[in-house]
Design a protein around this ligand. Structure first.
Ligand SMILES: Cc1cc2nc3c(=O)[nH]c(=O)nc-3n(C[C@H](O)[C@H](O)[C@H](O)COP(=O)(O)O)c2cc1C
Length: 429
């Protein structure tokens, strides 16, 4: 690589290179990150000429304050074909800095990066985290891979299940802050998706409590049999009841499988949460892509871009379609899974009603035995508590599932609404 692009060839300057919040810029590179094209805003803010930019590696604008771990994660993801968002501090030719939130999308033969000016609160915490990680890199001589692991650990600590989840949250917050700064109405679709996250978290908690309730009663049938052996001759009514209870509760427990994603041993809501983050990213990216495509088309008609810019507009248009499609598909899969969960919860409620009638039989039998049955009381009390708990949990699961479906419907890209309505009608049948 030519010395000309060394990141130490210009001193980093403490002044900011200005650009406006309404401005969006983009660049396109080949598979190695060598710049192939971009728009005029990108060129202007970087302060290089097109002759200097085209054919240069993108690190020409690398700022020394950027932790290596960020680029490690960034490349690791985009090489796998994953669209990725990141806060990046860049350095203009004269040494001034500028921050962007970039979305990098893999395309045929390379990548496209679309950038906006970050202004949200997440940006403040990202800057603080970058400074912390940079210090660690310097003091402990971290390799880029170790630095990436430190960033991921930090994000986990902040409550993000993955880097992808963080970048989804960040882009949604940036779009929100930008809409606000530009006095635009908040994007209702993104808002619905953001509201889904706490609702899914509650659903996850209810599912965990359902599993815990079932785990608690696992020993009940054998306790009942032991008590029965003391109270009645073998094969008496209480042991028959305990036998039935065991068979039915096994069936119910098997049914709980419907709440798990078999392969990853995750609860369904955990898996759905990850997909909602993905949907949030795709929706936000598709909005950004729509805007940058519009800006690029306008610039093309004004004739303010370089020759051959038509190709860039076509690439951006294609990306917009892909993001919209992916967002719709991800949300559709969330909708279908939550519909399946509702079905499972309803079936479970029915099975538990059957189980409950055995509990009632047990109470009747204990009543018939009178004072003798005192040793059976704690077992029956435990069953009573269990049934109250389960009823409440299932009711909450059903309520939350309904709320989630409404929010997903509200977030769905317009072009998917018809499919969704069709599926919802089929599901109600
Ligand atoms: C589409 C695309 C856009 C990029 N944009 C930037 C950017 O704005 N600033 C930057 O420092 N690196 C950017 N990079 C990453 C650089 O290629 C490079 O990995 C980074 O500057 C770190 O360089 P280093 O790993 O040699 O330290 C971009 C890469 C691609 C593929």
């Amino acid at each position: 690589m030519s010395l000309q692009y060394s990141t130490t060839s210009f001193a980093a300057h403490k002044d900011e290179a200005p650009f406006e919040i309404e401005e969006l810029f983009f660049s396109r590179t080949d598979e190695r990150g060598v710049i192939a094209a971009g728009n005029e805003v990108f060129r202007r803010v970087s302060e290089y000429s097109w002759e200097e930019l085209v054919g240069a590696p993108h690190k020409i604008i690398r700022h020394p304050d950027m932790p290596k771990g960020v680029f490690y994660i960034f490349w690791e993801r985009i090489k796998k074909g994953l669209a990725t968002g990141a806060y990046v501090k860049n350095r203009a030719k004269d040494g001034r800095y500028y921050w962007v939130y970039a979305i990098i999308s893999p395309i045929q033969g390379g990548y496209v990066s679309v950038r906006l000016k970050p202004t949200s609160k997440v940006f403040d915490s990202a800057k603080a985290t970058y400074a912390e990680i940079l210090k660690l890199e310097e003091q402990e001589g971290l390799t880029p891979e170790q630095s990436a692991a430190a960033i991921r650990a930090k994000l986990q600590e902040m409550g993000f299940p993955s880097y992808g989840a963080f970048s989804s949250y960040a882009i949604a917050q940036e779009m929100h802050a930008r809409d606000h700064a530009l006095s635009r109405a908040e994007d209702g679709r993104l808002q619905s998706l953001k509201n889904l996250l706490p609702t899914l978290k509650s659903l996850d908690e209810q599912q965990q409590s359902l599993f815990a309730s079932f785990a608690k009663i696992r020993g009940i049938p054998s306790n009942m049999r032991i008590v029965a052996s003391r109270l009645e001759p073998a094969g008496g009514p209480i042991s028959a009841i305990s036998q039935n209870y065991r068979l039915m509760s096994d069936e119910v427990t098997n049914h709980l499988g419907g709440f798990r994603v078999e392969t990853e041993n995750k609860s369904l809501s955990e898996s759905v949460i990850l997909r909602v983050y993905q949907g949030l990213f795709m929706m936000a990216a598709s909005r950004l892509q729509r805007e940058v495509k519009t800006v690029a088309s306008e610039a093309l008609s004004r004739g303010t871009e370089k020759d051959g810019f038509q190709q860039e507009v076509e690439i951006l248009t294609k990306l917009l379609d892909e993001y919209t499609l992916e967002a719709g598909q991800v949300l559709m899969s969330v909708f279908n899974d939550v519909t399946a969960l509702t079905r499972s919860a309803k079936d479970l409620r029915q099975l538990v009603t059957g189980l409950d009638s055995i509990r009632v039989l047990c109470r009747v039998e204990a009543g018939r035995l009178g004072a003798q049955s005192v040793s059976l009381t704690p077992v029956i009390d435990q069953l009573d508590t269990f049934h109250v708990e389960i009823d409440k949990t299932l009711e909450q699961i059903l309520e939350l599932a309904d709320k989630i479906k409404t929010l997903v419907e509200a977030a769905m890209p317009r072009s998917f609404n018809g499919t969704l309505q069709y599926q919802a009608t089929m599901a109600r049948r």
